[in-house]
Design a binder for this molecule. Structure first.
Ligand code: AMP
Ligand code: MN
Ligand code: MN
Length: 318
């Protein structure tokens, strides 16, 4: 059932035992939103658990409270399972089966499948972190410096540090509020930009893999880790900006073979709606940033996805 933000605040107020989760392949928005909501609820004496069925990328370990996030290890009973920044039950993987509770989903994905018992979806919000900040205001919860760091990271990472089309005047006002509460943008940016040497070495091979299709309108890169599998502690966020930023490119794609024979695909676009592409392959996202996991291996996935991307270009008149 769709509910108002006020009703979300009420449900959080009434619950005594809560689990907070976010999507797998976690990003700044899912993690920052989880941690910012966790702190005040735990401080109110509620029993709150942070669960995530994935590894935490090393770049996000600086987020205050990140060390409290656990992987599900057996069944958990709770009053409420709060699912943040995830548009479908698949996106929380094992947490869905592990937690017996009423499910409340707070999200900003246009592709949200309305899988929860209760949901609040604002597809105009640049990040789930924006909704969480409004929720905290509604609950009259003072925003501490740690909460501000988490929410600033959530918001800034989802709108390319205020450069993408989803960043609004409200987004910038939220960021200013968070600075007033103690968020330090230059320190957060430095944390996110400092990468292990391995990550830059991987970038070399990523750039080497660059392919141009559709007369320069589609650019694709492939991320393959040297150890053959998925380096779970690493993050490949950011690599897709290289094909995205090439002049004339309408759709940028990043392919990443997963350990299990499937291929993870990310999409970015300048003008067309790539959430349609991602949805067609069982994923989702936003008009200009979306993703999916295709069951086939790299070569087959590339063929299928590139063909669909060319079709989208034609349908979009681009
Ligand atoms: P990414 O390419 O992983 O940065 O994802 C871009 C956007 O698409 C983010 O908002 C993701 O939350 C969303 N997204 C990525 N993969 C999926 C998926 N399998 N299902 C639904 N949404 C996704
Ligand atoms: Mn996200
Ligand atoms: Mn998000």
């Amino acid at each position: 059932m769709e509910i108002s933000l006020r009703r979300v605040a009420q449900m959080l107020g009434e619950a005594e035992k809560l689990v907070i989760t976010g999507h797998i392949h976690p990003d700044g928005d899912s993690l920052g939103s989880m941690l910012a909501l966790y702190a005040p609820l735990a401080a109110q004496g509620k029993q709150v658990t942070l669960l995530l069925d994935d590894e935490l990328p090393a770049v996000y370990r600086f987020l205050p409270g990140a060390e409290l996030i656990r992987r599900p290890a057996g069944p958990v009973a709770a009053d409420l399972l709060v699912v943040l920044d995830a548009s479908d039950a698949d996106r929380i993987a094992g947490v869905d089966a592990a937690v017996r509770a009423t499910v409340l989903n707070i999200d900003h994905h246009i592709s949200n499948t309305k899988f929860a018992d209760f949901w609040y979806i604002d597809s105009q919000a640049a990040a789930t972190g924006e909704i969480v900040l409004e929720l905290l205001h509604l609950m009259k919860i003072p925003v501490t410096a740690d909460m501000a760091t988490n929410l600033y990271t959530a918001i800034a990472t989802d709108c390319g540090f205020f450069r993408y089309a989803n960043a609004t005047a409200t987004t910038l006002r939220h960021a200013a509020d968070l600075m007033d509460s103690g968020a330090q943008p230059h320190i957060i940016a430095e944390q996110l930009e400092t990468k292990p040497l391995d990550s830059i070495m991987t970038l070399r091979s990523v750039l080497d893999s660059l392919e141009i299709h559709a007369g320069g309108r589609i650019a694709a890169v492939t991320v393959e880790f040297e150890n053959g599998g998925d380096s779970a502690a690493d993050t490949t966020e950011g690599y897709i900006n290289y094909p995205r930023n090439i002049e004339g490119v309408e759709i940028a794609i990043m392919f990443k073979p997963e350990g299990d024979g499937a291929t993870r695909v990310s999409f970015r676009s300048r003008r067309c709606d790539v959430s349609r592409l991602a949805l067609a392959f069982g994923g989702g996202g936003h008009a200009r940033a979306a993703g999916c996991t295709v069951a086939s291996g790299l070569a087959a996935a590339k063929k299928e996805v590139l063909r669909a991307a060319e079709r989208l270009l034609a349908e979009s008149g681009l």
